[in-house]
Write a protein that binds this ligand. Structure first.
Ligand code: NAP
Length: 294
């Protein structure tokens, strides 16, 4: 990649950002598209978030991805939010729009659409299906929202049930609006303590189970949110958001029980592809993105 003063910059802000797959993935897509653009990692300490975001426009950036720990804090520094980011209360992509007199920053969340796109590629139909979201952090919020607007019956299970209840409280108002892609009957979104997983499992049918905890990743590589020897419901599909290992312990447990599984690499690529489209207006080369991170 040859950089010049004309190279259009995009990037990712987080703290830390060294672990991120996005620079390799996005630069591969930019190169495949023949664009004179570059995607740079931008480590930004939490106390510098506001000044860093405000400076992006002056530095000529077209936009950035936002990762841990800034996805929620960044909202206060933006001018506008798209509907998904507003409902989820978190932003993973910023687009800097240039007007004639000023620029303005628009926040998007492509995590939920990225998950839905990957599930569609995998042939997993969500509408009308039981969905268990395990964990109640930032990613779980995007997952629960995506599955709910597509017509899943969602139970969010977390070791701190207050966190799961908070997700339900935040998302429910958005699930009563006309934005829903599908209108199922009955309760669509509820919260349970993770300690009740066994009871929940006996009362669902062929669910989609999404691990939205970091168990199975990095220092918790050997961990799984699923207790050993606990059976999986018949016909369950297990999706693990963890993407930096081809098969997590949860996936091995589920496959041993005859379930289909996927890790979070497809979602990572799809959320990145959506961000790429928002910045460039072009469809990225998914194969180039995938090859860069596989
Ligand atoms: P987060 O905000 O820190 O939330 C993590 C959640 O997991 C919290 O509810 C936390 O509970 C729970 N948790 C952590 N350790 C646990 C344990 N030992 N037992 C039970 N629950 C536990 O993190 P996040 O941003 O939501 O990310 C979660 C995972 O998703 C990460 O691995 C991240 O890399 C992955 N992710 C993947 C994609 C993708 O594109 N594939 C996108 C986003 C995120 P407490 O609050 O009680 O600690």
């Amino acid at each position: 990649m040859k950089l010049s003063g004309k190279t259009q910059l995009i990037g990712i802000i987080g703290w830390p950002v060294d672990h991120s797959f996005s620079p390799a993935m996005q630069n591969a897509a930019l190169e495949a598209a023949g664009l004179d653009w570059a995607y740079v990692p931008l480590p930004v300490q939490p106390e510098h978030l506001g000044s860093a975001v405000r400076g992006l426009s002056s530095l000529g950036f077209r936009g950035v991805n936002v990762t841990i720990p800034h996805k929620q804090e960044v909202l206060q520094h933006l001018d506008e939010l798209d509907a998904d980011a507003n409902a989820i209360g978190a932003v993973n992509t910023i687009v800097i729009e240039q007007g004639t007199e000023r620029s303005w920053l628009v926040g998007y969340n492509t995590d939920s659409s990225g998950l839905l796109a990957d599930l569609m590629n995998l042939g997993v139909d969500v509408a009308g299906r039981d969905c268990l979201v395990l964990g109640a952090g930032g990613a779980a919020r995007a997952v629960a929202y995506g599955l709910a607007i597509t017509g899943g019956r969602i139970q969010v299970l977390a070791r701190r049930v207050d966190q799961a209840r908070q997700i339900v409280k935040i998302l429910l108002p958005y699930l009563t609006t006309a934005r829903l892609h599908y209108r199922p009957t009955g309760t669509r979104l509820s919260a349970r303590p993770l300690s009740e997983l066994r009871d929940v499992v006996y009362n669902v049918s062929a669910p989609i189970i999404v691990n939205s905890t970091p168990l199975g990743m990095g220092p918790q590589l050997a961990g799984s949110v699923w207790p050993d020897r606990m059976p999986f419901p018949k016909g369950a599909f297990v999706y693990d958001l963890v993407y930096n290992t081809p098969q997590t312990k949860l996936m091995r447990q589920a496959e041993a029980a005859g379930c289909h599984t996927a890790n979070g690499l497809g979602m990572l690529i799809q959320q990145g592809a959506l961000a790429f489209q928002l910045w460039t207006g072009e469809e990225p080369d998914l194969e180039a993105m995938s090859a860069a991170v596989s």
